[in-house]
Ligand binder design. Sequence first.
Ligand SMILES: NC(=O)c1ccc[n+]([C@@H]2O[C@H](COP(=O)([O-])OP(=O)(O)OC[C@H]3O[C@@H](n4cnc5c(N)ncnc54)[C@H](O)[C@@H]3O)[C@@H](O)[C@H]2O)c1
Length: 276
Amino acid sequence: MSVWDFTGKRVIISGCFSGMGEAAARELVRLGGEVHGFDFRRSEVPMASFTEVDLRDPASIDAAVAKIGGPVDALFNCSGLAPGFPPLDLMKVNFIGLRHLTEAVLPLMKEGGAITSIASNGGLGWTQRIPLLMEFIAQPDYASAVAWSEAHPDIVLEGYGFSKEVVIAWTLLRCYDLIKRGIRINCTLPGPTQTPMMDDIEKVTPASVLEAAAQPSGRRSLPVEQAYPLIFLGSDAASYISGLALNVDLGFLGSVMTGQIDMRAMMGGMEQGAAA
Ligand SMILES: NC(=O)c1ccc[n+]([C@@H]2O[C@H](COP(=O)([O-])OP(=O)(O)OC[C@H]3O[C@@H](n4cnc5c(N)ncnc54)[C@H](O)[C@@H]3O)[C@@H](O)[C@H]2O)c1
């Protein structure tokens, strides 16, 4: 069997209704996986099963995972909410629910399993406040993470940037323990991608910021161009990769790191992290 193949693998993918998650679900089915989709909107992808799950409701997550049962070879966390929605909903969907789903699936995962989540370039500032992110991540469960978020509106702000920073920090934190069980965990940081979420992003993000975020190529990603690297990280082809936050942005971060794109000027007074 090829390392790219998903034949015989049981996969859970959240966020399979649209965008990157839908593209990834279609490709995983094509690669032979037994794909089980979760979303709060019914997906048309011909998967082995679809279960309605609202990441704002931990009971719905628990019920869905119990319904699928084990073993699970790969989990893809592709659900997400755009900037502009209530900050607490953003925290619940983009991180608190994502973590709850992952922790519920982990006992069903065998050695060789892989967790792959979508973060964002909107979380690039994560290295500047690691102790604070660790304080939040230390909240042990769904309810305490919600309570912490409610108590810290000055940190959570609009919700998107902070939630994405946490996904990255948590991914890197969890790799240490999980690899001792033979389980890998990674995330991707997409650049601007033409998905239904882009309509919401455009409502709250100046066009100049979105244009700058699509540099140096000058074009947005297609959903499937985000699905391929996600699937790679969740496949056996990535068997020696864990704790990676992979930029999928056609050279954006490379250009920032080498001083060819000035992120401060690009944000132009906008709250850093609010851009997708
Ligand atoms: N589009 C971009 O430019 C961009 C850039 C960087 C990161 N991202 C991230 O990529 C991920 C995928 O987003 P996308 O661009 O494909 O957008 P999308 O809106 O097409 O997909 C998001 C998916 O999440 C699902 N979802 C939303 N709320 C949910 C809830 N409460 N419970 C369960 N599922 C829920 C939606 O139904 C949808 O299927 C998100 O995490 C997003 O933040 C997007």
